[in-house]
Design a protein around this ligand. Structure first.
Ligand SMILES: NC(=O)c1ccc[n+]([C@@H]2O[C@H](COP(=O)([O-])OP(=O)(O)OC[C@H]3O[C@@H](n4cnc5c(N)ncnc54)[C@H](OP(=O)(O)O)[C@@H]3O)[C@@H](O)[C@H]2O)c1
Length: 264
């Protein structure tokens, strides 16, 4: 597949490097004024500008949201002729991306999260109704190379994806921080408490991921009646306080995502 990246920073680089490494993409061209010649040497074609005569099957837009529309605006008819545009720019709507390419090629919005950088990401994908199943399968495969990928039916659902998986890694880091701090209060050294929290998060995530069982069942399986876990869960669940907090926090993230989308 002949792929062009417009922007090759943290997110663009994570995707492009993974696709090349996984053999999903053979040719990769990059337009990014910030990319050093050394960083691109030998592996990619580094372009100063998008060559007007060249057609691409995939154009990945991975610049900051404020530059998204202007970065697409200069594409020629030839460049757009066979292309699908995939934008990872947070909050930039399909309508404004489609306008920026003059409605000449289909547009997909992707909302990845930071674990994509380690191949353990989670990406929400959206495309308009006219987007065909073959192209969808290709895009799914590309994002599955860096974790899991899920399509949403309505564009607005990407704001919910942002509130759950986009911002989600930080919620888990906060919980680990609180757990490690609690360990120190219980008399453990800071490093040990930190390692216990991190390894426990990893173990719990691995169980959730492998079993794909109901979360309530997984919790019940490790909660003996009247045991230590039950004592802690009773506190978390008292008046559903933790659940309410999670609802309020994710609502705040959802609201903010909608606001940013209007500003983008
Ligand atoms: N990082 C994440 O975890 C994450 C998660 C979800 C979505 N995203 C989205 O991914 C996009 C990129 O984020 P990032 O973290 O990868 O940012 P980044 O590291 O700053 O990368 C953006 C790159 O694009 C370059 N660039 C700027 N204007 C350009 C233009 N007109 N044409 C070509 N290249 C241009 C920048 O060069 P200069 O540095 O020289 O300006 C930079 O190298 C954002 O829209 C963000 O919303 C990121």
């Amino acid at each position: 597949m002949n792929v062009l990246f417009i922007g090759y920073g943290r997110m663009g680089g994570a995707l492009g490097d993974a696709w090349i490494k996984g053999g999903l993409v053979q040719r990769l061209s990059i337009v990014d004024p910030g990319l050093s010649a050394d960083a691109a040497a030998g592996r990619y074609t580094r372009l100063h500008d998008v060559p007007a005569e060249q057609a691409f099957e995939l154009i990945v837009l991975a610049v900051k949201p404020a530059y998204a529309s202007s970065a697409l605006a200069g594409l020629s008819d030839r460049q757009c002729s066979q292309a699908t545009v995939v934008s990872v720019a947070a909050g930039v709507t399909e309508a404004s991306l489609s306008d920026a390419v003059g409605q000449r090629c289909p547009v997909v919005r992707a909302m990845p999260n930071t674990p994509v950088l380690l191949g353990a990401g989670c990406t929400g994908l959206y495309a308009g109704a006219q987007f065909d199943a073959t192209r969808k399968a290709v895009i799914s495969r590309l994002f599955e190379a860096v974790g899991a990928a899920y399509w949403v039916d309505e564009e607005q659902q990407l704001d919910a994806v942002t509130a759950i998986s986009g911002s989600g890694p930080a919620y888990y880091h906060l919980f680990s921080e609180a757990l490690a701090d609690a360990g120190v209060k219980l008399g453990l050294g800071a490093e040990l408490a930190r390692n216990l929290a991190a390894q426990t998060a990893f173990g719990a995530a691995t169980v959730q991921h492998q079993a794909y069982a109901d979360f309530t069942e997984l919790r019940a399986a490790v909660t003996s009646p009247n045991g230590t876990t039950a004592a802690a869960i009773e506190v978390f669940e008292s008046q559903r306080k933790l659940r309410e907090l999670v609802e309020q926090a994710t609502s705040a993230a959802h609201r903010r995502s909608m606001e940013l989308s209007k500003e983008a």
